[in-house]
Design a protein around this ligand. Structure first.
Ligand code: SF4
Length: 168
């Protein structure tokens, strides 16, 4: 029993990632400042899935969990494009979704921006065209920024948002 507790105390908490935590703390501070500066502390994002496998959405869902907690930094995912500043577009832009994506974009009040999320919306030849696919998204919408990855991890999405905020 004593051996167990000795080992337990020597090992510590193995699920901690101190370097990652420190990096996230710094990124969160930067993001909060950037949102405050560019969007008066409140950035609303309308996520649109134009034909994704849902992994990009799953990574975005993680941004709302208590660890990343983007809402505390002033970033909210909203249900209506009319409440949004930015469209976050994932998926391959299917034939069926194209009119709805364009409709959602039209309903976002100006000034507005589109960020593509993951490799699907910017897919290159020969996969971007097919009977069911109308990509790449850049042919239909003005893309302000692209966040690469398949899927991009939550920290990559945060870095992507920071880069976007630095550009506008
Ligand atoms: S980029 Fe990858 S993870 Fe994201 S929707 Fe496309 S296939 Fe899925």
């Amino acid at each position: 029993m004593i051996q167990f507790w000795e080992k337990r105390l020597q090992t510590g908490i193995v699920t901690e990632h101190k370097e990652y935590d420190e990096r996230m703390k710094a990124l969160r501070r930067e993001l909060k400042d950037a949102v405050k500066k560019k969007f008066a502390g409140s950035l609303a994002i309308r996520m649109v899935d134009s034909g994704s496998c849902n992994a990009c959405e799953a990574e975005c869902n993680a941004l709302s969990n208590p660890y990343y907690d983007l809402e505390r930094l002033g970033i909210a995912f909203v249900a209506s494009p009319r409440h949004a500043d930015v469209m976050l577009l994932s998926g391959v832009l299917t034939f069926n979704m194209l009119p709805h994506v364009l409709d959602a974009y039209a309903q976002i009040p100006a000034p507005k921006w589109v960020i593509t999320l993951g490799d699907c919306p910017v897919m290159q030849a020969p996969f971007e065209k097919g009977f069911a696919i109308e990509g790449p998204a850049g042919e239909h919408l003005p893309i302000a920024h692209h966040i690469p990855g398949c899927p991009p991890s939550p920290d990559a999405i945060i870095e992507g948002l920071l880069t976007f905020l630095g550009k506008i």
